[in-house]
Design a binder for this molecule. Structure first.
Ligand code: ADP
Ligand code: MG
Length: 595
C-alpha cells in the first residue's frame, strides 16, 4: 500500500480509541464535563451496560448557543488557551477531545442551555456528522445522550465485555467521582433501576457509606496530614481501613490528586508500605486517599485518559501519604481498650476478618517450637467463639476412608491455636484452623460433586444491602451460588434476601457469610487455575473452620485429628499452607543433645 495521509474521519476514530475504551470511558468524560461546568446534580442513566444508551444530565452552566457545534470539534476546549495554562490547570478536562471522540464513534444527542440564555439548543450528531440542529426550550444545563457506541468501529465492539462487567465498570466510575465530589449529588440508573445515589451533603463519610457499604465504613479510620506546613502546601486526607479489613487485590486503594482519580503505582505502594507489619503479604487495605497540592506541582497531561499524573516532587508526596496513613494506624493500634471511637467497629469485626487478623499474626510470628503469642487485641472474640465448638463433631470419624496420617495421640493445646500430638514418628504441632479447613473442604467438595450439599434456611430471612457494583456481581452469580447452598433473592434495588446458606455455616451470621463470598467473586477477575466455585468453597470452609484462639477440649481435638487422618491431603490447608509441623524423634533427641 502506498503511503497516504489518513482522512480526518479515520484520524478521529484512531484518536477516539485512546480516550474511549469502553462505555464507562464515555461516562467518565461526560461526568468530568458536568463537574467542570459546576453542576451540583448529575444524573446518569444507562441501558444495556451502555451499549444501548447512556445519558448524562447536569444542571451546570450549559453551552452558549453559538458554541454548541464547536464543542464537538477536535481540540476544542473552553478550559485553556495557551500552553502555559496547562501548568496550573484546575479543571478535569483540558484536551478538548472527549466530545469529538465520542461523536465520531456513536450517535449523540445533546440538549443544552446556558444559564444566561433564554432558549436552548438541540444537536444531533452521528459518526461525527451533524444531522440536525434546532432551538428548543430546555432547563439550564446540559443533557447528552449517547447511543450506538462503537457502531462504526467493529473491532472495539467485538472486545466489549459482558453487559454485567460494563455495568459494574460504570458504577465504579460514578462512585469514584462521587467520592471526590461529595457536595455534588450523583444519581445512577441502570436499566431503569436506581443503582446508586449520593445526597450531595458535602460529607465524604456519607459517600463512603454509599460506595463501600456501612460494614466496611465502620472499619475505616480517618486520615489527615499534619497541618500543612508552609513549605509543602500539601494536604493528604481521607479514610483507610483498620487492618481487620483487607483484600487480596489493590483495587480498593483509591487515590485522588486535586479531585482527580488517578492510577499511580508508586502512590499505591506508599499506601501498602504504611501497612507494613499490619497486614500480611499479599493483602491490601481499602483506602480513599485525597492529595491536594498546588496545580503547578503536578502534571496531569501524561496520558489521554488523564488517569496518570507526574509530580514535581514525587518523593515528598510519597512520604507524606505514607506517614499520614502510618500514623493513623499506629494511633489505632495504641487505642488502649476498645472504648472510644472505634469500639463499635471492633466489636463488629466479622469472623472472616478476625481470621485474617489471626492469620496475619500467625505469619508474623516465626514458626518455631514456641507457644504461639496471642495477638493481644482480639480478646473480644472469645465469647463468640464458644459457639464454634459445635463446628467440630466430637468423635465423628465419617465414612471409612484410607488413613493418610499415622495414628496420633493428642497431648494438649498451645496458645488456643495449635494442637500438640504425638505419633510413632515423633511430635506434631497442628494448626487447628488450617486442619479444620482441610477437613471441611474435602467434605464440602465431595458433597458438592455428588450434589448432596445441604443448605440451612436463615431465620426470618435476613437481607443484605450492597453497593451497586457488588449487587451486580451477586446478580450475575445467583444460580451458581444456589448450587452451593446460598439462596439469595432480589429484594429491592441492591438488596437481597438471604433465604439460605450452606449448612456448614449454620451458626454463622448469614450477612457475613455472603460478604465473604462477595470478596471471592470480586477477585475472580484475575484468571487463575482455581475455578470460582472452588474458591467459594474454600472461602466457606475458611469461614466455618474453628478459629485460632478457640480453646478446645481433648475430645474435640482428638475428633479433629481423627478426621484429618483420613483426608486426602492432610498436610496442607486448601490454600496450600501447612497444617502441621513435624519434629521427628531423631530431631528431638539431637536437640536435647542425646545423640
Ligand atoms: P474538554 O473537557 O477537554 O474541554 P470536551 O470535548 O470534553 O473537552 O468538551 C469540549 C467543551 O464543551 C468543553 O471545554 C466545554 O466548554 C463544553 N462542554 C462539554 N460538556 C459540557 C457540559 N456538560 N456543560 C457545559 N459545557 C460543556
Ligand atoms: Mg471534557
Amino acid at each position: 500500500m502506498p503511503i497516504q495521509v489518513l482522512t480526518d474521519k479515520v484520524i478521529a476514530q484512531i484518536a477516539a480509541g485512546e480516550v474511549i475504551e469502553r462505555p464507562a470511558s464515555v461516562i467518565k468524560e461526560l461526568i468530568e464535563n458536568s463537574l467542570d461546568a459546576g453542576a451540583s446534580t448529575i444524573h446518569v442513566s444507562v441501558v444495556g451496560g451502555g451499549r444501548r444508551m447512556m445519558r448524562v444530565s447536569d444542571n451546570g452552566q450549559g453551552i452558549p448557543a453559538e458554541e454548541v457545534e464547536i464543542a464537538f470539534a477536535r481540540h476544542a476546549t473552553s478550559k485553556l488557551t495557551t500552553a502555559d495554562d496547562l501548568a496550573h490547570i484546575q479543571t478535569l478536562g483540558f484536551r478538548g477531545e472527549a466530545l469529538a471522540s465520542i461523536a465520531s464513534i456513536s450517535r449523540i444527542n445533546m440538549t443544552t442551555r446556558a444559564h444566561n440564555e433564554i432558549t436552548g439548543t438541540r444537536l444531533q450528531i452521528e459518526g461525527g456528522r451533524l444531522i440536525q440542529r434546532q432551538s428548543i426550550g430546555a432547563p439550564a444545563g446540559t443533557t447528552i445522550t449517547v447511543e450506538n457506541l462503537f457502531f462504526n468501529t467493529p473491532a472495539r465492539l467485538k472486545f466489549l465485555k459482558a453487559e454485567n462487567t460494563e455495568k459494574r465498570q460504570i458504577a465504579l466510575v460514578i462512585s469514584r467521582y462521587a467520592l471526590a465530589y461529595p457536595h455534588v449529588r450523583f444519581v445512577l440508573e441502570q436499566d431503569g433501576r436506581e443503582a446508586f445515589r449520593t445526597n450531595g451533603s458535602g460529607q465524604l463519610a456519607d459517600v463512603m457509606i454509599t460506595a463501600l457499604g456501612i460494614e466496611t465504613f465502620r472499619e475505616m479510620v480517618e486520615i489527615e496530614s499534619d497541618l500543612p506546613d508552609r513549605r509543602s502546601r500539601m494536604r493528604v486526607y481521607g479514610y483507610t481501613s483498620s487492618p481487620g479489613i483487607n483484600r487480596a487485590d489493590r483495587s480498593r486503594i483509591m487515590l485522588y490528586v486535586n479531585g482527580r482519580w488517578v492510577q499511580d503505582a508508586s502512590l499505591g505502594y506508599a499506601v501498602t508500605q504504611a501497612y507494613h507489619t499490619f497486614l500480611m503479604k499479599g493483602r491490601y487495605p481499602v483506602s480513599v486517599v485525597m492529595i491536594d497540592l498546588p496545580p503547578e506541582e503536578v502534571d496531569v497531561n501524561v496520558h489521554p485518559t488523564k488517569a496518570e499524573v507526574r509530580f514535581q516532587n514525587p518523593n515528598e508526596v510519597f512520604a507524606l501519604v505514607q506517614r499520614t496513613i502510618r500514623r493513623a494506624l499506629i494511633d489505632l493500634s495504641q487505642t488502649p481498650t476498645f472504648g472510644g471511637k472505634h469500639s463499635l467497629s471492633a466489636i463488629n469485626l466479622s469472623n472472616t476478618n478476625t481470621h485474617t487478623q489471626m492469620d496475619m499474626n500467625l505469619e508474623l510470628e516465626s514458626p518455631g517450637w514456641y507457644p504461639h503469642q496471642y495477638p493481644t487485641t482480639p480478646s473480644r472474640d472469645q465469647p463468640e467463639e464458644e459457639d464454634d465448638l459445635t463446628a467440630i463433631p466430637v468423635g465423628a470419624e465419617g465414612p471409612r476412608k484410607p488413613r493418610t496420617l499415622p495414628l496420633l495421640r493428642v497431648v494438649g493445646q498451645v496458645g488456643a491455636s495449635y494442637i500438640i500430638a504425638e505419633g510413632p514418628a515423633g511430635l506434631y504441632l497442628i494448626d487447628q484452623h488450617a486442619a479444620h479447613e482441610r477437613i471441611l473442604y474435602e467434605q464440602f467438595m465431595s458433597e458438592y460433586a455428588n450434589q448432596e450439599l445441604t443448605a440451612q434456611s436463615t431465620l426470618g430471612g435476613q437481607t443484605i444491602e450492597l453497593p451497586a457494583t457488588e449487587a451486580r456481581l451477586i446478580e450475575a452469580n445467583l444460580k451458581m451460588l444456589r448450587t452451593m447452598g446460598f439462596h439469595l433473592e432480589e429484594f429491592g434495588p441492591n438488596t437481597f434476601l438471604i433465604r439460605s446458606i450452606p449448612a456448614i455455616l449454620a451458626d454463622q451470621d448469614p450477612v457475613q457469610a455472603v460478604s465473604g463470598i462477595l470478596e471471592e467473586l470480586e477477585q475472580d477477575r484475575t484468571p487463575g487455575q482455581t475455578s470460582i466455585e472452588e474458591k467459594i468453597i474454600q472461602r466457606v470452609c475458611k469461614q466455618a473452620a474453628v478459629k485460632a484462639g478457640t480453646i478446645l477440649s481433648l475430645e474435640e481435638m482428638q475428633g479433629l485429628i481423627r478426621q484429618l487422618e483420613r483426608t486426602r491431603s492432610p498436610l496442607t490447608c486448601p490454600h496450600g499452607r501447612p497444617t502441621m509441623l513435624h519434629m521427628t524423634s531423631d530431631q528431638l533427641a539431637r536437640e536435647f543433645g542425646r545423640k
